[in-house]
Write a protein that binds this ligand. Structure first.
Ligand code: NAD
Ligand code: UDP
Length: 312
Protein backbone atom coordinates (compact mmCIF):
# COMPACT_ATOMS: atom_id res chain seq x y z
CA UNK A 1 0.00 0.00 0.00
CA UNK A 2 0.96 3.66 -0.36
CA UNK A 3 0.78 5.16 3.11
CA UNK A 4 1.04 8.81 4.16
CA UNK A 5 2.38 9.58 7.65
CA UNK A 6 1.93 13.22 8.68
CA UNK A 7 4.36 14.19 11.43
CA UNK A 8 6.49 11.25 10.25
CA UNK A 9 9.78 12.90 11.20
CA UNK A 10 8.66 13.15 14.83
CA UNK A 11 9.07 10.76 17.72
CA UNK A 12 6.11 8.37 17.25
CA UNK A 13 5.79 8.97 13.49
CA UNK A 14 9.36 7.84 12.77
CA UNK A 15 8.88 4.59 14.75
CA UNK A 16 5.66 3.98 12.82
CA UNK A 17 7.50 4.55 9.52
CA UNK A 18 10.16 2.00 10.52
CA UNK A 19 7.40 -0.61 10.98
CA UNK A 20 5.55 0.28 7.77
CA UNK A 21 8.74 0.19 5.69
CA UNK A 22 9.68 -3.17 7.22
CA UNK A 23 6.25 -4.46 6.17
CA UNK A 24 7.06 -3.54 2.56
CA UNK A 25 4.76 -0.54 2.10
CA UNK A 26 5.50 2.59 0.15
CA UNK A 27 5.66 5.44 2.66
CA UNK A 28 5.25 9.18 2.15
CA UNK A 29 6.43 11.21 5.15
CA UNK A 30 5.07 14.72 5.41
CA UNK A 31 6.50 17.08 8.03
CA UNK A 32 7.31 20.76 8.59
CA UNK A 33 10.16 19.86 11.01
CA UNK A 34 8.76 21.95 13.86
CA UNK A 35 9.56 19.26 16.44
CA UNK A 36 10.60 16.53 14.02
CA UNK A 37 14.06 15.97 12.58
CA UNK A 38 15.54 14.41 9.45
CA UNK A 39 17.82 12.35 11.70
CA UNK A 40 14.80 10.25 12.71
CA UNK A 41 14.18 9.10 9.13
CA UNK A 42 17.70 9.30 7.75
CA UNK A 43 17.98 5.57 7.23
CA UNK A 44 15.13 5.60 4.68
CA UNK A 45 16.22 8.61 2.64
CA UNK A 46 17.83 6.57 -0.16
CA UNK A 47 15.12 3.91 -0.22
CA UNK A 48 13.03 4.11 -3.43
CA UNK A 49 9.88 3.19 -1.49
CA UNK A 50 10.29 6.20 0.82
CA UNK A 51 9.47 9.82 0.04
CA UNK A 52 9.92 12.86 2.26
CA UNK A 53 7.88 16.01 1.69
CA UNK A 54 8.57 19.16 3.70
CA UNK A 55 5.09 20.60 4.02
CA UNK A 56 2.92 22.35 6.59
CA UNK A 57 -0.46 20.63 6.87
CA UNK A 58 -2.23 23.93 7.42
CA UNK A 59 -1.80 24.27 3.63
CA UNK A 60 -3.70 21.82 1.39
CA UNK A 61 -1.79 19.20 -0.60
CA UNK A 62 -2.73 16.72 -3.34
CA UNK A 63 -1.33 13.18 -3.11
CA UNK A 64 -2.47 9.70 -4.11
CA UNK A 65 -2.43 7.36 -1.08
CA UNK A 66 -4.37 4.38 0.33
CA UNK A 67 -4.00 5.12 4.04
CA UNK A 68 -3.23 8.26 6.07
CA UNK A 69 -1.79 8.15 9.59
CA UNK A 70 -2.34 11.71 10.77
CA UNK A 71 0.12 12.52 13.57
CA UNK A 72 1.31 16.04 12.69
CA UNK A 73 0.98 18.23 15.80
CA UNK A 74 3.49 19.17 18.50
CA UNK A 75 2.81 16.94 21.52
CA UNK A 76 4.87 18.44 24.34
CA UNK A 77 3.27 21.27 26.37
CA UNK A 78 6.27 23.59 25.93
CA UNK A 79 6.19 23.16 22.16
CA UNK A 80 2.42 23.30 21.67
CA UNK A 81 2.18 26.34 23.99
CA UNK A 82 5.00 28.22 22.21
CA UNK A 83 2.58 29.29 19.45
CA UNK A 84 -0.88 28.25 20.63
CA UNK A 85 -2.72 29.77 17.66
CA UNK A 86 -0.55 27.75 15.32
CA UNK A 87 -1.32 24.61 17.38
CA UNK A 88 -5.05 25.21 16.89
CA UNK A 89 -4.54 25.82 13.17
CA UNK A 90 -2.59 22.57 12.90
CA UNK A 91 -5.30 20.63 14.72
CA UNK A 92 -8.29 22.22 13.01
CA UNK A 93 -7.25 23.46 9.54
CA UNK A 94 -4.51 20.81 9.24
CA UNK A 95 -6.84 17.95 10.19
CA UNK A 96 -9.52 19.31 7.83
CA UNK A 97 -6.98 19.37 4.99
CA UNK A 98 -5.97 15.76 5.68
CA UNK A 99 -9.62 14.64 5.95
CA UNK A 100 -10.31 16.45 2.66
CA UNK A 101 -7.45 14.53 1.09
CA UNK A 102 -8.79 11.24 2.49
CA UNK A 103 -12.24 12.05 1.12
CA UNK A 104 -10.91 12.92 -2.36
CA UNK A 105 -8.74 9.83 -2.81
CA UNK A 106 -10.89 7.48 -0.65
CA UNK A 107 -8.03 6.76 1.73
CA UNK A 108 -8.54 5.32 5.19
CA UNK A 109 -7.83 8.10 7.74
CA UNK A 110 -6.26 7.48 11.17
CA UNK A 111 -6.28 10.30 13.75
CA UNK A 112 -3.69 10.37 16.54
CA UNK A 113 -5.85 11.90 19.25
CA UNK A 114 -4.92 12.05 22.91
CA UNK A 115 -5.91 11.26 26.49
CA UNK A 116 -5.93 15.08 26.87
CA UNK A 117 -9.49 15.00 25.49
CA UNK A 118 -10.38 13.83 29.03
CA UNK A 119 -8.77 16.99 30.51
CA UNK A 120 -8.29 16.75 34.29
CA UNK A 121 -10.43 13.62 34.60
CA UNK A 122 -12.81 12.94 37.45
CA UNK A 123 -13.43 9.40 36.19
CA UNK A 124 -10.54 7.04 36.86
CA UNK A 125 -9.29 5.07 34.97
CA UNK A 126 -10.58 6.76 31.83
CA UNK A 127 -12.92 4.85 29.53
CA UNK A 128 -13.73 5.96 25.99
CA UNK A 129 -17.30 6.95 26.88
CA UNK A 130 -16.12 9.48 29.50
CA UNK A 131 -16.68 12.97 28.04
CA UNK A 132 -13.94 14.73 29.94
CA UNK A 133 -13.31 17.72 32.16
CA UNK A 134 -11.60 20.24 29.92
CA UNK A 135 -10.94 23.96 30.41
CA UNK A 136 -11.69 25.65 27.09
CA UNK A 137 -9.75 28.86 27.91
CA UNK A 138 -6.62 27.55 29.64
CA UNK A 139 -3.04 27.22 28.46
CA UNK A 140 -3.53 23.56 27.44
CA UNK A 141 -6.72 24.30 25.50
CA UNK A 142 -5.01 24.93 22.15
CA UNK A 143 -3.98 21.29 22.29
CA UNK A 144 -6.78 19.47 24.10
CA UNK A 145 -9.66 21.44 22.57
CA UNK A 146 -7.79 21.29 19.25
CA UNK A 147 -7.72 17.51 19.45
CA UNK A 148 -11.38 17.39 20.50
CA UNK A 149 -12.28 19.35 17.34
CA UNK A 150 -10.02 17.04 15.30
CA UNK A 151 -12.09 14.09 16.62
CA UNK A 152 -15.33 15.94 15.82
CA UNK A 153 -14.14 16.67 12.28
CA UNK A 154 -13.19 13.01 11.80
CA UNK A 155 -16.62 11.79 12.87
CA UNK A 156 -18.41 14.45 10.79
CA UNK A 157 -16.42 13.58 7.65
CA UNK A 158 -17.26 9.94 8.41
CA UNK A 159 -21.01 10.55 8.81
CA UNK A 160 -21.36 13.21 6.12
CA UNK A 161 -18.89 12.04 3.48
CA UNK A 162 -18.37 8.38 4.28
CA UNK A 163 -14.67 8.82 5.05
CA UNK A 164 -13.31 5.61 6.55
CA UNK A 165 -11.84 6.74 9.89
CA UNK A 166 -9.89 5.31 12.83
CA UNK A 167 -9.46 7.38 16.00
CA UNK A 168 -6.99 6.51 18.73
CA UNK A 169 -6.55 8.29 22.07
CA UNK A 170 -2.89 8.01 22.99
CA UNK A 171 -1.78 8.07 26.64
CA UNK A 172 1.73 9.27 27.62
CA UNK A 173 4.20 7.48 25.35
CA UNK A 174 7.98 7.51 25.64
CA UNK A 175 11.02 5.93 24.02
CA UNK A 176 14.14 6.53 21.94
CA UNK A 177 14.22 9.63 19.65
CA UNK A 178 12.34 11.96 21.97
CA UNK A 179 14.08 15.32 21.66
CA UNK A 180 16.57 16.26 24.37
CA UNK A 181 14.69 19.56 24.75
CA UNK A 182 11.28 17.91 24.30
CA UNK A 183 10.09 19.10 27.72
CA UNK A 184 7.98 16.04 28.56
CA UNK A 185 8.61 14.35 31.84
CA UNK A 186 10.43 11.15 30.83
CA UNK A 187 12.93 12.90 28.56
CA UNK A 188 13.42 15.78 31.02
CA UNK A 189 14.27 13.46 33.93
CA UNK A 190 16.59 11.27 31.84
CA UNK A 191 18.46 14.22 30.33
CA UNK A 192 18.74 15.92 33.75
CA UNK A 193 20.06 12.77 35.45
CA UNK A 194 22.58 12.13 32.65
CA UNK A 195 23.82 15.73 32.84
CA UNK A 196 24.05 15.59 36.63
CA UNK A 197 21.43 18.32 36.97
CA UNK A 198 18.57 18.28 39.51
CA UNK A 199 15.42 16.41 38.40
CA UNK A 200 12.59 18.97 38.25
CA UNK A 201 9.35 17.63 39.75
CA UNK A 202 6.42 20.00 39.16
CA UNK A 203 4.11 20.40 42.16
CA UNK A 204 4.54 17.84 44.95
CA UNK A 205 4.88 15.00 42.44
CA UNK A 206 1.69 13.24 43.59
CA UNK A 207 0.00 13.62 40.15
CA UNK A 208 -0.03 10.37 38.20
CA UNK A 209 0.62 9.31 34.62
CA UNK A 210 0.73 5.92 32.86
CA UNK A 211 3.66 5.41 30.50
CA UNK A 212 3.55 3.35 27.30
CA UNK A 213 6.67 2.27 25.40
CA UNK A 214 6.61 3.43 21.78
CA UNK A 215 6.85 -0.02 20.11
CA UNK A 216 3.73 -1.16 21.98
CA UNK A 217 1.85 1.92 20.84
CA UNK A 218 2.86 1.48 17.19
CA UNK A 219 1.67 -2.14 17.29
CA UNK A 220 -1.72 -0.89 18.49
CA UNK A 221 -1.83 1.76 15.70
CA UNK A 222 -1.28 -0.81 12.97
CA UNK A 223 -3.81 -3.24 14.45
CA UNK A 224 -6.51 -0.58 14.72
CA UNK A 225 -5.81 0.81 11.24
CA UNK A 226 -6.24 -2.64 9.70
CA UNK A 227 -9.26 -3.67 11.79
CA UNK A 228 -12.93 -2.92 11.18
CA UNK A 229 -13.32 -0.80 14.32
CA UNK A 230 -13.31 2.99 14.08
CA UNK A 231 -12.83 3.98 17.72
CA UNK A 232 -12.29 6.21 19.53
CA UNK A 233 -10.01 3.76 21.27
CA UNK A 234 -7.61 4.28 24.19
CA UNK A 235 -4.06 3.02 23.66
CA UNK A 236 -1.69 3.22 26.59
CA UNK A 237 -0.07 1.24 29.36
CA UNK A 238 -2.31 0.99 32.45
CA UNK A 239 0.71 0.90 34.82
CA UNK A 240 0.17 4.11 36.83
CA UNK A 241 2.96 5.98 38.68
CA UNK A 242 3.21 9.25 40.56
CA UNK A 243 5.64 11.71 39.00
CA UNK A 244 7.76 11.54 42.16
CA UNK A 245 7.97 7.74 41.80
CA UNK A 246 9.09 8.19 38.20
CA UNK A 247 11.75 10.72 39.25
CA UNK A 248 13.08 8.31 41.91
CA UNK A 249 13.10 5.41 39.47
CA UNK A 250 15.12 7.37 36.90
CA UNK A 251 17.37 8.78 39.62
CA UNK A 252 18.18 5.24 40.87
CA UNK A 253 18.67 3.97 37.36
CA UNK A 254 21.08 6.65 36.13
CA UNK A 255 22.49 8.74 38.93
CA UNK A 256 21.54 7.99 42.56
CA UNK A 257 23.43 11.13 43.61
CA UNK A 258 21.26 13.42 41.46
CA UNK A 259 19.08 15.87 43.38
CA UNK A 260 15.28 16.04 43.06
CA UNK A 261 13.87 19.58 43.26
CA UNK A 262 10.26 20.80 43.25
CA UNK A 263 8.96 23.52 40.90
CA UNK A 264 5.51 25.11 40.57
CA UNK A 265 2.81 22.94 39.01
CA UNK A 266 1.71 24.36 35.62
CA UNK A 267 -1.90 25.54 35.26
CA UNK A 268 -4.49 22.82 34.52
CA UNK A 269 -1.97 19.99 34.97
CA UNK A 270 -4.13 16.82 35.19
CA UNK A 271 -4.00 15.20 38.64
CA UNK A 272 -4.38 11.62 37.45
CA UNK A 273 -4.34 9.65 34.23
CA UNK A 274 -4.69 5.93 33.52
CA UNK A 275 -6.17 4.27 30.44
CA UNK A 276 -8.89 1.67 30.59
CA UNK A 277 -7.81 -0.53 27.67
CA UNK A 278 -10.67 -3.04 27.73
CA UNK A 279 -11.78 -2.00 24.23
CA UNK A 280 -8.30 -2.44 22.72
CA UNK A 281 -7.96 -5.82 24.43
CA UNK A 282 -11.35 -7.03 23.22
CA UNK A 283 -11.32 -5.54 19.71
CA UNK A 284 -7.66 -5.88 18.77
CA UNK A 285 -6.29 -8.44 21.22
CA UNK A 286 -3.79 -5.68 22.06
CA UNK A 287 -2.04 -4.95 25.32
CA UNK A 288 1.35 -3.48 26.18
CA UNK A 289 4.26 -5.90 26.51
CA UNK A 290 7.19 -3.68 27.55
CA UNK A 291 7.35 -2.97 31.30
CA UNK A 292 8.42 0.52 32.42
CA UNK A 293 11.85 -0.59 33.70
CA UNK A 294 12.72 -2.23 30.39
CA UNK A 295 11.38 0.67 28.31
CA UNK A 296 13.29 3.18 30.41
CA UNK A 297 16.48 1.16 30.00
CA UNK A 298 16.14 1.30 26.18
CA UNK A 299 15.31 5.01 26.29
CA UNK A 300 18.21 5.84 28.62
CA UNK A 301 20.62 4.04 26.28
CA UNK A 302 19.43 6.16 23.33
CA UNK A 303 19.80 9.44 25.26
CA UNK A 304 23.19 8.36 26.63
CA UNK A 305 24.47 7.67 23.09
CA UNK A 306 23.24 11.04 21.87
CA UNK A 307 24.37 13.11 24.86
CA UNK A 308 27.75 11.45 25.30
CA UNK A 309 28.21 11.37 21.51
CA UNK A 310 27.48 15.11 21.35
CA UNK A 311 29.99 15.85 24.06
CA UNK A 312 32.88 14.18 22.21
P1 NAD B 1 6.42 15.04 18.02
O1 NAD B 1 6.38 16.47 18.38
O2 NAD B 1 7.71 14.29 18.13
O3 NAD B 1 5.89 14.81 16.53
C1 NAD B 1 5.01 15.67 15.86
C2 NAD B 1 5.48 15.83 14.44
O4 NAD B 1 4.54 16.67 13.72
C3 NAD B 1 6.84 16.53 14.33
O5 NAD B 1 7.65 15.83 13.41
C4 NAD B 1 6.48 17.94 13.82
O6 NAD B 1 7.54 18.54 13.11
C5 NAD B 1 5.26 17.65 12.98
N1 NAD B 1 4.37 18.81 12.81
C6 NAD B 1 3.88 19.62 13.79
N2 NAD B 1 3.09 20.57 13.24
C7 NAD B 1 3.07 20.34 11.89
C8 NAD B 1 2.43 20.97 10.80
N3 NAD B 1 1.66 22.05 10.96
N4 NAD B 1 2.64 20.47 9.54
C9 NAD B 1 3.43 19.39 9.35
N5 NAD B 1 4.06 18.74 10.35
C10 NAD B 1 3.87 19.22 11.62
O7 NAD B 1 5.30 14.32 18.90
P2 NAD B 1 4.91 12.79 19.08
O8 NAD B 1 5.06 12.46 20.51
O9 NAD B 1 5.58 11.96 18.06
O10 NAD B 1 3.35 12.86 18.80
C11 NAD B 1 2.78 12.45 17.55
C12 NAD B 1 1.28 12.57 17.61
O11 NAD B 1 0.77 11.76 18.67
C13 NAD B 1 0.77 13.99 17.87
O12 NAD B 1 -0.40 14.21 17.09
C14 NAD B 1 0.40 13.97 19.34
O13 NAD B 1 -0.62 14.89 19.63
C15 NAD B 1 -0.04 12.54 19.53
N6 NAD B 1 0.11 12.12 20.93
C16 NAD B 1 1.33 11.82 21.46
C17 NAD B 1 1.45 11.45 22.79
C18 NAD B 1 2.76 11.08 23.41
O14 NAD B 1 2.78 10.76 24.61
N7 NAD B 1 3.86 11.05 22.72
C19 NAD B 1 0.30 11.40 23.60
C20 NAD B 1 -0.91 11.75 23.04
C21 NAD B 1 -1.01 12.08 21.70
N1 UDP C 1 6.54 17.15 34.83
C1 UDP C 1 7.45 17.29 35.86
N2 UDP C 1 8.71 17.68 35.55
C2 UDP C 1 9.12 17.92 34.26
C3 UDP C 1 8.18 17.76 33.21
C4 UDP C 1 6.89 17.38 33.54
O1 UDP C 1 7.14 17.07 37.04
O2 UDP C 1 10.29 18.26 34.07
C5 UDP C 1 5.17 16.70 35.16
C6 UDP C 1 4.05 17.52 34.57
O3 UDP C 1 3.73 18.62 35.41
C7 UDP C 1 2.92 16.51 34.50
C8 UDP C 1 3.66 15.19 34.23
O4 UDP C 1 5.01 15.40 34.62
O5 UDP C 1 2.28 16.40 35.74
C9 UDP C 1 3.62 14.76 32.77
O6 UDP C 1 4.05 15.85 31.99
P1 UDP C 1 4.25 15.76 30.42
O7 UDP C 1 4.53 17.15 29.94
O8 UDP C 1 5.23 14.70 30.11
O9 UDP C 1 2.86 15.23 29.85
P2 UDP C 1 1.32 15.63 30.10
O10 UDP C 1 1.20 16.59 31.23
O11 UDP C 1 0.89 16.21 28.80
O12 UDP C 1 0.70 14.33 30.44
Amino acid sequence: MRILVTGGAGFIGSHLIDRLMAQGHEVVCLDNFYTGTKRNILKWMDNPYFELIRHDITEPIRLEVDQIYHLACPASPIHYQYNPVKTIKTNVIGTMNMLGLAKRVKARFFLASTSEVYGDPDVHPQTEDYRGNVNCIGIRSCYDEGKRVAETLSFDYHRQNGVDIRVVRIFNTYGPRMLENDGRVVSNFIVQALRNQPLTVYGDGSQTRSFCYVSDLVEGFIRLMNSNEIGPMNLGNPGEYTILELAQKIQNMINPGAEIIFKPLPQDDPKQRQPDITLAKNWLGWEPTVPLDKGLELTVKDFRDRIEGNQK
